[in-house]
Design a protein around this ligand. Structure first.
Ligand code: GLA
Length: 743
């Protein structure tokens, strides 16, 4: 049983294969957090709630204020004594803040419920149990239902809350996070995925001091800068050892991830919708649903957390039928042409690509309205026939080559210079009396309004119905600002950020329902909306506008720490690289892109012949290795640093039968010998053969090396495998195959 209840002690035990999570209902009726960590075989006999302790030296009895300030809560509320940051803050009809929750009832159910209007994980064929823990505030007549679903195999527990107003009054929610729990500090560090445009999701670790250590977004999307994920790590934690708590939010708008260290050296870990710029009017009989939080714990370092999240996202978040299919290798014309193309140009790029084995042509920005630069026409989703002729003719020409066809949209935006804006200037988000701020020359549509969503959606659907289109890239190229809706009252403005996200989700739900075979790729100025919410709608997301192979190492490492490699849009682009001006070998660009969805972003006609000649072999490698990369276990073996400037990772089949090692030298260093990397996921007693993939490549003179090696699993994992020291930006792939099961 994944969820059990001890009636006598009023304790709930949530058990996964390797973890336990324990909740206790105190004598006063509070839902207290007792434990989250390594698996326990018994209920806790001593709750460790410190209920009898004095608050301070002296002989005072422990009165309510100090009691609430140190009780570890499951869903803490604000206003009645606990001054730590709450998960829930509610204002009554007089505008006063205050809420206090007591146990009412619970049920343990089979299955995993969805969340109205929001992405949510699903059972996916596994036997999943859900605890519905119902709490109530008797003064407000507010019912808060906490949902906990337990995924034993993946060591995942999901949480969300539903806040229902059972009174006749109207309240305002000021804060409604998705999950929170308290623990004693064990010198925890906080790990977050931080960055900027073209430098997304770099792994960042910092100590947690007193007060709040946080990641967040107020940009209306999850953002390039801080991802809706964090981990608490015991100090000294690395890939293989140490306690790790992972907290991931399945949400694509403003978010907050927070660890607060209080006066009592307790840590409150919580995450949810960012309360900044948030309020929600909760009328009589209405319910507010929080997004879902996805929690995991590992006592053996970061790799175990990564595997839990990868398995969970693949099995329980991504719904697309493409999840398990080999996706077509695409070529995208953006960096090849920018806005400067016509139908013949697209067909000629496609033809050269097809000759090399590439499988899908994607026409990026610039095919609609009068869009020949980035300062006009967003919203005018009508084919520019003067530029590309009839879309169906173009698609048919590409299909006649034997390729699939994809197209770019940016549905959430409006250009001031567009027919749409001239007809509906009030459709853009804007604050009365202020000129809205332009970013990339564009404004944001007010997607909280149904009539706007309907109009934009029908324009997009008409384009998709007009030709046999296989793939859509849904882009979003600026953050939200000027949060004002022409259609909302004063209270409604506080709901706008969240209603916008609900609007995006509704539109994407319609799209994948109406076009069930469509391969949808989300994108936001590169990787500005790379989150588990979007993965519910699209199986892949463009990882970053930075296509430089070396910059991509850290971007893909941070992304892959949480998100499966099958979700990371990764392409080979031209050199010098458009973002950083770097020249890297064509082979290395392909080896790095192979760790994602794999495609090209260039014009093959402009490639040097020696590079073009490599493409058929790269296509072959993708076909040979992609499913292993997409579905296998991902292990980071080394991350480059100044002393040891090379990256190495490995994708291992779950049964240990085969693997692929990718090795990239960031900078060459003189007088260094080869390095040992310790392989992972192999069967200790099996014998393996390791072969360099494509050893016929042109050797640059460095790292002349044994191309082939045999070894036992335990040897390769413990004694190591030698990787060569190469020249700047060089890379190698090694294929590992089991040749004898048990020796
Ligand atoms: C964003 C995307 C790019 C490209 C351009 C088009 O920057 O990330 O890949 O589609 O928009 O305007």
């Amino acid at each position: 049983m994944a969820i059990t209840f001890d009636e006598q002690n009023r304790e709930f035990m949530l058990s996964t294969d390797h973890t336990s999570y324990v909740i206790k209902i105190t004598d006063d009726g509070y839902a207290a957090h007792l434990y989250y960590g390594k698996k326990l075989n018994h209920f806790l006999q001593d709750a460790g709630l410190r209920e009898g302790e004095f608050p301070a030296p002296g002989k005072l009895l422990r009165e309510k204020g100090t009691y609430l300030s140190s009780l570890p809560f499951e869903y803490p509320t604000e206003g009645v004594g606990d001054s730590r940051p709450g998960a829930l803050s509610v204002r009554n009809e007089k505008g006063q803040y205050g809420c206090e929750l007591f146990y009412k009832e619970h049920s343990i159910e089979q299955g995993k419920p969805g969340i109205p209007g929001l992405p949510a994980s699903f059972a996916g064929g596994e036997d999943i149990q859900t605890l519905r823990l119902v709490l109530t505030d008797p003064v407000l007549a507010l019912t808060v239902t906490l949902f906990y679903s337990v995924f034993p195999k993946e060591d995942i527990i999901t949480r969300s809350a539903a806040i229902a107003n059972d009174s006749a009054k109207t309240y305002s929610i000021a804060r409604a996070l998705s999950a929170s729990f308290d623990m004693d500090d064990r010198n925890f560090e906080m790990l977050t995925l931080d960055g900027a445009w073209a430098r997304e999701r770099h792994i960042c670790r910092r100590p947690i001091g007193y007060g709040v250590t946080a990641a967040r977004s107020v940009r209306g999307e999850s953002g390039h800068q801080e991802n809706p994920f964090f981990a608490l790590l015991e100090s000294g934690t690395d890939r293989e050892k140490g306690d790790v708590y992972g907290l991931l939010l399945m949400y694509s708008g403003n978010h907050l991830e927070m660890a607060e260290k209080s006066q009592n050296n307790m840590i409150r870990a919580s995450l949810g919708i960012n309360p900044n710029f948030f309020s929600w009017k909760l009328g009589s009989g209405e319910t507010f649903y929080t997004p879902e939080a996805v929690l995991t714990y590992s006592d053996s370092g970061l790799t175990a957390m990564t595997h839990s999240y990868h398995d969970f996202i693949r099995g329980h978040i991504i719904r697309s039928p493409w999840r398990e299919k080999l996706r077509p290798i695409l070529i995208n014309n953006w960096e090849a042409t920018y806005f400067n193309f016509d139908a013949d140009k697209i067909v000629s790029i496609a033809k050269d690509a097809k000759d090399c084995g590439i499988e899908m042509m994607v026409m990026d920005d610039g095919w609609f309205g009068k869009r020949d630069s980035d300062n006009c026409a967003l919203g005018d989703w009508f084919v520019n026939e003067e530029k590309i002729g009839k879309l169906s003719d173009l698609v048919n020409r590409v299909k006649a080559l034997g390729m699939k066809f994809g197209i770019w949209f940016e549905p959430e935006m409006i250009s001031p210079d567009s027919d749409l804006y001239r007809a509906h200037p009030d459709w853009a988000l804007q604050i009365s009396g202020r000129t809205p701020t332009l970013a990339r020359n564009q404004l944001v549509l007010d997607l909280s309004r149904k009539e706007i969503r309907d109009e934009i959606y029908s324009r997009i659907a008409n384009v998709l119905k007009s030709a046999p289109i296989d793939y859509v890239k849904w882009d979003m190229n600026r953050n939200l600002s000027d949060i004002g809706s022409a259609a909302a009252d004063a209270e409604g403005q506080g709901e706008l950020f969240h209603r916008y996200v609900l609007g995006v989700y509704e539109m994407q739900e319609r799209l994948i329902t109406d076009f069930p075979d469509l391969l949808l790729e989300n994108c936001s100025g590169g990787g500005g909306r790379f989150d588990a919410g979007m993965l519910y709608y699209s199986p892949q997301i463009w990882c970053s506008d930075d296509t430089d192979a070396i910059e991509r190492l850290r971007i893909q490492e941070g992304t892959g720490l949480v998100y499966p490699l099958s979700t990371m849009g990764a392409h080979v682009s031209k050199c010098p690289n458009e973002q950083v001006g770097r020249n890297t070998p064509f082979e290395t660009r392909a080896n790095v892109a192979l760790a994602g969805t794999f495609g090209y972003e260039l014009n093959i006609a402009n490639l040097p012949e020696k590079d073009r000649a490599l493409i058929p072999e790269q296509v072959r490698r993708y076909h040979e290795f992609h499913m292993l990369i997409a579905d296998g276990d991902y292990y980071r073996l080394h991350s480059w640093n100044d002393e040891e400037p090379y990256d190495c990772w490995m994708n291992t089949e779950k049964d240990g039968s085969c693997a692929l090692i990718t090795y990239v030298q960031v900078l060459g260093r003189p007088s260094t010998c080869s390095r040992k990397v310790y392989l992972r996921g192999l069967v200790p007693d099996a014998e393996y053969e390791i072969q360099e993939v494509n050893p016929s490549r042109v050797d640059m003179g460095y790292g002349r090396f044994t191309a082939q090696k045999r070894g036992y699993g335990d040897e390769l994992m413990n004694a190591g495998f030698l990787v060569p020291s190469l020249g700047d930006y060089e890379s190698r792939l090694y294929s590992v195959k089991r040749v004898r099961e048990n020796s």
